[in-house]
Design a binder for this molecule. Structure first.
Ligand code: FES
Ligand SMILES: [Fe+2]
Length: 431
């Protein structure tokens, strides 16, 4: 089957478009052994929040693998293959003990690293448990979130500490989890789609952000040392508001504050949120996030999120089908692109440059892993990693004509971004 549908030029020509090309498997499929799956497995991936681990084990699926996660009595977190190596019973029905988890069927006991501690039904002379290990993955817990490394053991990188994690004057707290029944890539691509905030979030569903978001921005995109940013600039009176939203390869997005209105000049704001788009399988995805809470600015408090129902607007499906049609949000827009969006049916325009750039970055990373090298965004040492998401508002009065002003907006945005890429502001603060 063709990988790209024909470009229709005649009216009433749907017949020539009836075949749906295949999805781009290299970029979208994440199961074991798939090129993108191997790429994703080279990075630490968040799997759940710390406070989800109570007395019962939690079944979960990450990158197409069925797993179980638990915290034993000693406080150690285990991420194990879900099915018992004896005869396959799910360990989600297991008993979490002082040390490890015990299968409910015949009582085999597993430590968090996969060591089999006991096989009660076997004779005392059995050496099976000394010869066999259960599948387990290393975990790392920080700021109330649990991460796992599911790649080849000899290629495990240091846990990445981004410069947004420990900002002076900010607290980083776990946020919420959302699930979208579609492929991870189309969700992450939405970050590089600055135009949708002016249409979907403003014109279609009524201003869900500040009114200033309703103005179509001037758009630029820039590759960073860790991924990509869009630079959306808008004129607000005598100010230029530059908004930079970021994808950090492979699947972290950092979102600039949505309460920005461009009225007050201020320097680099940093993000309000760091959110991972974690593939559960090819057609199901988890969004899991840290929120960055300023300890000084009143607006950026947990209450601010709570007053707004905690969720970002449009992050969950609507209550009814009719409601989803009347007020579609991110969920409806992205999930309805199909379970896996078919790139061969798209007609990308100039505002989609960021999508194309991001796909190219992901493809390069996938191919780097395939060739045995480290992809961009992967760091072997444990130093702090710079990131670039922010709002900045600078006082720059309008140029003489609207056309010149657009140019001025773009130049100002580019100049700011270039400066940040050369000297990442949060790195300076972290030092
Ligand atoms: S199936 Fe788990 S101990 Fe037998
Ligand atoms: Fe959105």
């Amino acid at each position: 089957m063709a990988t790209r549908a024909p470009f229709l030029k005649a009216r009433y020509s749907g017949y020539h478009h009836r075949q749906v090309p295949r999805e781009d498997a290299e970029l979208t499929h994440v199961g074991p052994g798939s090129p993108c799956g191997e790429y994703m497995r080279r990075f630490w991936q968040p799997i759940c929040y710390s406070d989800e681990l109570k007395d019962l084990p939690v079944a979960l699926k990450i990158l197409g693998e069925e797993l179980v996660v638990f915290r034993d009595g000693s406080g150690a977190v285990g991420l194990l293959e879900r099915h018992c190596p004896h005869r396959g019973t799910s360990l989600e029905f297991g008993l979490v003990g002082a040390k490890g988890i015990r299968c409910c069927y015949h009582g085999w006991l597993f430590d968090v690293d996969g060591t089999i501690l006991e096989t009660p039904g076997e004779p005392a002379t059995s050496t099976l448990k000394d010869r066999l290990c259960h599948g387990a993955y290393p975990v790392h817990e920080t700021h109330g979130m649990v991460f796992a490394y599911m790649g080849p053991p000899d290629r495990m990188p240091a846990f990445p500490t981004y410069d947004t994690f420990d900002r002076p004057g900010y607290r980083m707290i776990p946020g919420q989890k959302y699930f979208y029944p579609c492929n991870w890539l189309q969700i992450l691509e939405n970050t590089m789609d600055a135009v949708h905030t002016a249409f979907l979030h403003t014109i279609v569903s009524g201003a869900v952000f500040t009114d200033e978001f309703g103005v179509l921005p001037e758009l630029e995109f820039a590759e960073t040392p860790v991924g990509i940013i869009y630079i959306a600039t808008r004129r607000v009176g005598d100010n230029i508001w530059a908004r930079m939203v970021e994808n950090v390869l492979p699947n972290l997005q950092q979102v600039a504050p949505i309460w920005e209105n461009g009225q007050q000049a201020h320097p680099f704001s940093g993000p309000m949120m760091s959110r991972w788009i974690v593939p559960l399988d090819d057609t199901n995805t988890m969004l899991i996030e840290f929120r960055h809470i300023s300890e000084t600015e009143g607006v950026v408090t947990p209450d601010w999120w709570a007053d707004r129902g905690i969720m970002l607007p449009g992050q969950l499906g609507a209550d009814s089908y009719e409601e989803s049609q009347r007020r579609p949000g991110d969920f409806e827009a992205q999930v309805s692109q199909r379970p896996v969006a078919v790139h061969g049916l798209e007609h990308l325009g100039t505002t989609d440059r960021g999508i194309t750039m991001f796909r190219n970055q992901v493809r390069k990373g996938i191919r780097a892993v395939k060739e045995g090298s480290d992809p961009v965004g992967l760091f072997r040492d444990s130093s702090v990693i710079p990131t670039y998401c922010n709002d900045t508002v600078v006082r720059v009065p309008p140029a003489k004509t609207p056309e010149l002003d657009k140019k001025l907006l773009r130049e100002t945005g580019r100049r700011l971004a270039q400066g940040y890429i050369e000297a990442p502001p949060l790195m300076a603060a972290a030092e």
